[in-house]
Design a protein around this ligand. Structure first.
Ligand code: AMP
Length: 396
């Protein structure tokens, strides 16, 4: 596999699949530029080498034809400023005019293509469409982790046209390395902290983790299905009755494989799903009727913290409670802080999956853990043990 940092782009034209699917306000201003900022080092390296760059991405969910509101054009002024050089724009991502813009690129030039999803062929993974994207350039770089789990034309199929000149950009390489540091090369003890609302959406992750880690900490809404499965009282807490058997099977499989599963031991309960609810604390298996568990409480926090601080490698996916409400955020904050402490002690800590990333950002702790993943769905599929087509296309 070619390493991006070792490749010399002098005199080359590189097309980069970036994830510039950023939120725009009514005035077409970017309200969160994280995704673009993270891709800048990849663009800058190619320019510094003396290459030219073609940028392609999707934005929003157009219905398969051009729509002004999903035009990438508003990104041009941002990119021009961020990269301190002119950024050209192609109104169409394929076609004769775009091809001639590509052909005229000189060292140091940057061209942004319009939204890939103006063509249905993108999401269908059309070979013909991928070939048109590939025309007029020498190298393919994939730096869009957020779409790496989709076999789209620009994320996967296009790689076939660059058998000897395809590679990950810095961002995607970092994502894959971070996940492998946990799943393939993790220093033991390895702990996965899995939270969030439902067992059903995390069951594949839990099952895959049983073969990779020493400890699994379970928190969040999922907890109560596990507790009910073992005969506990969970009041009106979130529960998936059709997953009670699954929960039992997971606990049995963990025992058989020698993996420790830690469930919460106490619960912060509320009389309604509201930040202003009346609350009380109970043992996890004694939630009173009419009350629902919305967070872990002090005994659980102490237990989980102890396990986290004894671990050398930690993966965190999913909040411990309804952290969006201030009164039920304590458990999630405590876990985030424990991860920060573990990181300071030299452990490798990876945070991924939509809501734990939102939580760690909300607490302003993102720069104090080892790595925060940028791809929610892609990260989840990777830790479910699935092969990501965008990653496989480069590794092949
Ligand atoms: P997920 O998308 O599956 O990771 O779930 C994240 C959501 O789970 C967040 O919006 C949390 O508010 C929610 N959540 C966490 N703990 C609980 C709980 N005990 N009861 C209900 N919802 C919860």
């Amino acid at each position: 596999m070619i390493k991006f940092q070792d490749y010399n782009f002098k005199g080359k034209k590189a097309i980069i699949r970036v994830d510039f699917n950023v939120p725009l306000n009514a005035e077409k201003q970017i309200t969160d530029d994280t995704r673009i900022r993270m891709a800048l080092p990849t663009i800058e390296k190619i320019i510094a080498d003396g290459g030219a760059v073609v940028l392609m991405s999707h934005l929003g969910r157009p219905k398969g034809g051009p729509e002004e509101k999903y035009s990438m054009k508003p990104l041009v002024s941002y990119l021009t400023k961020a990269l301190s050089r002119e950024v050209k724009f192609a109104e169409d991502c394929i076609g004769d005019e775009t091809l001639s813009l590509k052909k005229n690129l000189k060292a140091g030039d940057i061209l942004l293509l319009n939204n890939l999803r103006f063509y249905k062929e993108e999401e269908k993974g059309s070979k013909e469409f991928a070939q048109k994207l590939a025309e007029g350039v020498d190298v393919y770089v994939n730096d869009a982790f957020g779409t790496a789990h989709r076999a789209h034309a620009s994320t996967t199929i296009i790689a076939d046209f660059f058998p000897n000149d395809k590679m990950f950009g810095y961002l995607l390489a970092q994502e894959v390395e971070s996940m492998n540091k946990v799943l393939k090369e993790g220093e033991k003890p390895i702990t996965a902290i899995l939270g969030g609302a439902k067992v059903s959406s995390k069951i594949s992750v839990i099952e895959n983790m049983l073969d990779k880690v020493n400890n699994i900490i379970i928190g969040g809404g999922m907890t109560y299905t596990f507790v009910k499965a073992q005969g506990g009282n969970i009041g009106s807490s979130l529960v998936e009755d059709d997953y009670l058997e699954t929960a039992k099977n997971v606990l049995a499989a963990a025992k058989q494989k020698g993996v420790n599963i830690y469930l919460p031991i106490d619960s912060l309960n509320a009389d309604k799903f509201d930040n202003a609810a009346n609350t009380s604390v109970s043992d996890i298996d004694k939630v009173p009727d009419g009350m629902m568990g919305l967070d872990i409480s002090d005994k659980t926090i102490a237990l989980f913290k102890d396990i986290i601080l004894k671990s050398k490698t930690i993966l965190w996916n999913g909040p411990m409670g309804v952290f969006e409400m201030e009164n039920f955020a304590k458990g999630t904050i405590a876990i985030a802080n424990a991860l920060v402490e573990a990181t300071k002690n030299g452990s490798f800590t990876l945070v991924g999956g939509g809501d734990s990333v939102a939580a760690i950002n909300q607490f302003n702790l993102a720069d104090q853990v080892s790595y925060v993943s940028t791809g929610g769905g892609a990260m989840l599929e990777y830790i479910e043990g699935k092969v990501l087509p965008g990653v496989a296309a480069i590794l092949d």
